[in-house]
Design a protein around this ligand. Structure first.
Ligand SMILES: [Mg+2]
Length: 229
């Protein structure tokens, strides 16, 4: 396993952008919901609004010390939907539709390298788990993907922990569930700040999944399967 340090005993994966991907993309789904209620938004405008709203919520979470909860996640996504779809006649109805959509396995596709990578690790006695900045909806999504079942017993969801990545409290829960020392746990994810830097700061090993590369991070894989050679 060339990408993992030889002393790694547990590997935890980020969910969205690493193991599962919205399909169609979130921006397409948002635009479709808006169009369904009579608001035609150009794709560039949806992207611009979504990113601005997302950034605003990230900044709010940072200012709150990365504390979160099921209620906070609903508030966060409600704000993002309302700002992205500003101009629709009933933003609350659009929020409900989008919130429910992303709770369903049919809204997601799984990384084709996830199953072989996870199975390879399990076969070698490595503890595997999942650590996600998501909410209770992740469990209903996971139910649709039997190939991710080996991760279910060790699934860390930020809304349940009370802190989201990159908070040290989140990674402390990952380490606790792993049953290993922090330095024996590798965290694999696609976000530099939340996954890579957050895990490193908490004393874990980290591997960044970056299909387009990232010159700022030293341990980068372009595809999940590179994790196990
Ligand atoms: Mg991610």
């Amino acid at each position: 396993m060339p990408t993992l340090r030889s002393d790694v005993r547990a590997v935890f994966f980020d969910a969205v952008g690493t193991l599962i991907f919205p399909n169609p993309s979130a921006l397409v789904v948002y635009a479709d919901v808006a169009r369904g209620v009579g608001l035609d938004l150009p794709p560039d405008e949806v992207r611009r609004r979504f990113l601005a709203a997302y950034r605003t919520q990230e900044n709010a979470d940072r200012a709150a010390g990365w504390a979160t909860s099921e209620e906070r996640e609903r508030t966060r996504w409600h704000a993002i939907v309302c700002e992205t779809l500003a101009g629709v006649p009933d933003p609350d109805a659009c929020f409900d539709a989008l919130y429910d959509h992303f709770a369903k396995p049919a809204a997601w596709t799984v990384n084709p390298h996830a199953a072989p990578t996870i199975n390879h690790l399990v076969d070698r006695g490595v503890v595997v788990g999942l650590g996600s900045n998501y909410d209770a909806r992740l469990h209903s999504v996971l139910d649709g993907f039997p190939e991710l079942a080996p991760l279910r017993d060790r699934t860390v969801v930020s809304a349940a922990v009370g802190f989201r990545k990159p908070a040290a409290e989140f990674f402390a829960e990952v380490v606790r569930l792993s049953g290993c020392d922090a330095r024996q746990v590798a965290f694999v994810g696609d976000d530099v700040e939340n996954d890579f830097d957050g895990a490193r700061a908490a004393g874990l090993d980290a591997v960044l999944l970056a299909p387009r590369g990232n010159p700022d991070a030293r341990r980068v894989i372009g595809e999940l399967r590179e994790l196990v050679g």
